[in-house]
Design a binder for this molecule. Structure first.
Ligand code: HEM
Length: 347
């Protein structure tokens, strides 16, 4: 069977594709920053709790339910932009994952519930019970992340879609050597950014201990992630790696910018400059998100070029969207101002 015959036709889009691609990558970077702060700090908290130092975990536990809500909200935006430009791939991979994909919703709800229980019923639970609930929540969130990595990679490989006709009515991307370093790269990066989040909390509250804990986790996780990133690059299929080593200039430039920014963030952390580390870390996540988008474009090249998607040039909905975005961001800024004012500047 020719895999190309399984790819649905691209639907026409209202405005040129770079609008949606740019919004996809920018909102994805925001989603990942919140996800990292939430899951990364939870993972660090879990390790501390098992070492008998649950004070940090309890403190972080106060922040986790709102951070999870923001992660989910900021996940919706890239999901919509992804479906606009790459829906003919993403819808198929979601269907091929079947029950694995559908389970994301109940698992997410249960994990959310667990984080709420940890925050609000801390004193009424025994320590083993608390830790069991917190561990299950973190485990559930890892499941959600792994399912997203599966979905985002099955969509790039139409050559494996025909497995469905061989009786695999719900499958994951286990056979892909790139998915392991890819998921690990995300998760170790999550711990690193979780460390920055803890360091920032310490910086705002003038708690030196949190700054030291956060930056130590950040530096160690980032050093490990350099090795995993290299493994990921080498696990990419065919000669794709060469595109990031000079063969495709814009892809190489994006990757080099991400690496330069990563070097600056590490340098800032070594010098214990918390705010600078956070700014460079956010910049690195943004550049790495653009690099990841190059990976997607290169994977899809044999099957699809976004430039071929028909455009209807109906700009009304775009103007409406931009209008709501600007007003929405202004309102969020105002709400945050009121929130911090009500807490006397406390994070
Ligand atoms: C709260 C738990 C979540 C975790 C731990 C998580 C983690 C991740 C990870 C690791 C990726 C990258 C996967 C890869 O490329 O290999 C990702 C991508 C993505 N996530 Fe989340 N996610 C969560 C929730 C959500 C939710 C609830 C949504 C949607 C409502 C969502 C929407 C997305 C989208 C659309 C992408 C891909 C965007 C793109 O391809 O540019 N996520 N997420």
């Amino acid at each position: 069977m020719n895999p190309a015959s399984l790819i649905p036709l691209a639907e026409p889009i209202p405005v040129p594709w770079p609008w949606f691609d740019a919004l996809l990558v920018i909102t994805f970077a925001a989603h990942i920053l919140f996800m990292n702060s939430m899951l990364g700090s939870a993972a660090i908290g879990l390790v501390h709790a098992f070492k008998g130092k649950e004070g940090l975990t309890r403190d972080i536990g106060q922040k986790l339910p709102p951070l999870l809500a923001l992660t989910i909200n900021l996940g919706v935006a890239p999901l919509l932009f992804l479906q606009v430009n790459y829906g003919q791939f993403d819808y198929v991979s979601s269907v091929l994952m079947g029950g694995w994909w559908l389970c994301v919703i109940p698992v997410l709800i249960l994990s959310y519930y667990g984080l709420y229980a940890y925050k609000f019923a801390y004193d009424s639970m025994s320590r083993p019970r608390r830790l069991a609930i917190f561990s299950l929540s973190v485990g559930g969130l890892l499941y959600v992340g792994f399912m997203l990595s599966n979905n985002m990679t099955i969509m790039l490989r139409p050559e494996i879609w025909s497995r469905y006709f061989e009786g695999h009515t719900a499958f994951l991307n286990w056979g892909d050597p790139a998915i392991y370093p890819r998921f690990l790269h995300f998760m170790v990066g999550t711990v690193a950014i979780g460390g920055v989040f803890i360091a920032l909390l310490g910086h705002w509250r003038k708690q030196e201990e949190y700054v030291a804990i956060g930056l130590t986790w950040f530096i160690r996780a980032t050093i490990v992630n350099i090795a995993i990133g290299l493994w990921f690059l080498m696990a990419l299929p065919g000669n794709m790696m060469l595109n990031f080593m000079g063969q495709t200039l814009p892809a190489t430039a994006t990757f080099v910018a991400a690496l330069a920014s990563a070097a600056l963030m590490l340098w800032a952390a070594i010098r214990k400059k918390t705010t600078q580390t956070a700014v460079w870390a956010a910049t690195t996540v943004l550049f790495m998100s653009f690099t990841r988008h190059w990976v997607r474009t290169l994977y899809l090249e044999p099957w699809f070029r976004i430039e071929t998607t028909p455009i209807t040039h109906q700009y009304g909905s775009l103007y409406l969207f931009i209008g709501f975005l600007v007003v929405g961001l202004a309102l969020i800024g105002y709400m945050l101002k009121l929130y911090f004012k009500s807490r006397g500047g406390e994070a």
